[in-house]
Design a protein around this ligand. Sequence first.
Ligand SMILES: CC(C)(COP(=O)(O)OP(=O)(O)OC[C@H]1O[C@@H](n2cnc3c(N)ncnc32)[C@H](O)[C@@H]1OP(=O)(O)O)[C@@H](O)C(=O)NCCC(=O)NCCS
Length: 176
Amino acid sequence: MPKKKKFARESLVTKTELVLPNDTNTLNNLMGGKLMHWMDIASAISAQKHSNRIVVTASADNISFGQGIQLGNVVTLKAKVTRAFNSSMEVHVIVTAEDVPSGRKIESNQAFFTFVAVDQSGRPIDVPELVPETEEEEKLYRSALQRRQLRLVLANRMKPQDATELKSIFFDPDKK
Ligand SMILES: CC(C)(COP(=O)(O)OP(=O)(O)OC[C@H]1O[C@@H](n2cnc3c(N)ncnc32)[C@H](O)[C@@H]1OP(=O)(O)O)[C@@H](O)C(=O)NCCC(=O)NCCS
C-alpha cells in the first residue's frame, strides 16, 4: 500500500513561554535545561501531528547557547518536521526571545530533534511521507538525509562506508 503523504506545514507548532524567576540561573538568564525541555515538547508535538502517533525522542543535535535569554522575556518556539524516514522524523525548532517593552527580538537558538513513532508496546512504526512546499522546506528536506547519516554514524548505528551522503567528509577521494 502506498504511504500516506502529509505537508510540512501541517506539523507546524508554535509555543510561547514567559521566562519567570523559577526558570532562571543566578544571573537572571533562562536555564539551558529549561529551554531544552520546551524545545523537546514543541518538537515532540510537531512529530505527533505529522505521524498521529505516540513519539519518543531519539536524539537532539548540537544545541548551542550563543546569547542568554533574560528574565521577563517572551520566548517563542517554532517547530516543524523537515523530513520523515521510516519510523523516524527530523524536526527543526527555532527559538526567538523578545523583550516586549523595548520590542527587541533575537533568534537565540535552533536545533534538530529526531523522534521515532512507536506503537503501544514501544515498537517503531512507519510514519507518513513528508511533502515540502516552500523553498525553505525543500532546502531542509534535501539536507535532512546528510544530517540523518551523520547522527547515525556518530551514534554508532551506521557504518561510515554506508553513509552515501557523507563520503566526501569521511573518505578522501584522492587517497588510494
Ligand atoms: C528510539 C528507539 C524507539 C529506537 O528503537 P530501536 O529498537 O533501536 O529501533 P530501530 O533500530 O529499528 O530504529 C528505529 C528508528 O530510530 C532511529 N534511531 C535510532 N537511534 C537513533 C539516534 N540515536 N538518532 C537518530 N535516530 C535514531 C533509526 O534510524 C530508525 O529510523 P527509521 O525507522 O526512520 O529508519 C528506542 O531506542 C527507544 O525507545 N529509545 C528511548 C526513547 C526515549 O525514551 N526517549 C526519551 C528520552 S529520555
